[in-house]
Design a protein around this ligand. Structure first.
Ligand SMILES: [Zn+2]
Length: 246
């Protein structure tokens, strides 16, 4: 059976905000796409809800937080992203709810993006490969927070010092989703995506995956997705339109 074709993502936007649960989340699915967009002169900012401090079994959280924040900043620089914000919520135990929505709505109001990017927040990656709880909580909160950010009377206490509601987000895009219907050509920026993942050296070593090869890993997904878009390499996204009646 032929794989389902994917639609190209629109690129008529100027500013994206990427909100994910952990350092390394962007690099396992979206970094090469980000490199393409920053190369086009678009403005992309990263926001990490946690610092991934519970991610390395053999490293205490305080040390791990420092290591992983530094790796994420270096990783972002590889794909042209100058700013990484860390919200500092607790890794591994994120809960979907009003406090998480409020924290993310505040970031959306400050950055005023056209597009918000997050990771897959479906229950699985496809089949029975379960997603992780922080990813599900974050993605669900992101779509709601984007709406909250536009409503003056939701989290109204945030609107001080000139901060205004922001209802300009056209869509939320989730990479890694098994229900992705769109993709972007990453053929030219694939290597930047590899370097961006390789920047998470301590994390990858800490996982204890024998012989993990960032290039090989990303190439498998990139080629499969590329085939569905009619290019050599691509990254897939599930699109959630955020305007009404669009
Ligand atoms: Zn993660």
């Amino acid at each position: 059976m032929e794989p389902e074709p994917l639609e190209p993502l629109p690129e008529d936007w100027a500013r994206a905000l990427c909100v994910v649960a952990h350092p390394d989340d962007m690099e396992f699915g979206a970094a090469a796409a980000v490199a393409r967009w920053t190369g086009q002169g678009k403005d992309v900012t990263y926001c990490m809800v946690t610092s991934g401090e519970a991610g390395i079994d053999g490293m205490e959280p305080d040390e791990c937080r420092r290591v992983r924040e530094a790796e994420q900043v270096a990783s972002a620089a590889e794909v042209g992203v100058p700013v990484v914000e860390f919200l500092g919520l607790a890794d591994g135990v994120l809960e979907y709810g009003v406090p998480l929505r409020a924290a993310i709505a505040h970031v959306v109001r400050r950055h005023r993006p056209d597009v918000v990017i997050t990771g897959n927040f479906r229950d699985t990656w496809g089949g029975n490969n379960l997603n992780q709880a922080d990813h599900v909580a974050t993605g669900r909160a992101v779509v709601d927070a984007v709406r909250d950010a536009g409503n003056r009377w939701v989290f109204h206490d945030q609107l001080t010092d000139g901060l205004e509601p922001w209802g300009g987000v056209k869509a939320v895009w989730a990479f890694g989703s098994p229900l992705a219907g769109h993709a972007v050509d990453t053929t030219e920026t694939f290597e930047a995506g590899v370097r961006s993942l390789e920047a998470h050296r301590a994390y990858i070593d800490g996982l204890g995956w024998e012989d993990f090869d960032a290039r090989e890993f990303l190439e498998g997904f990139g080629r499969q997705t590329g085939q569905r878009l009619g290019v050599a390499m691509a990254a897939a996204f599930e699109v959630f339109p955020m305007g009404w009646g669009e």
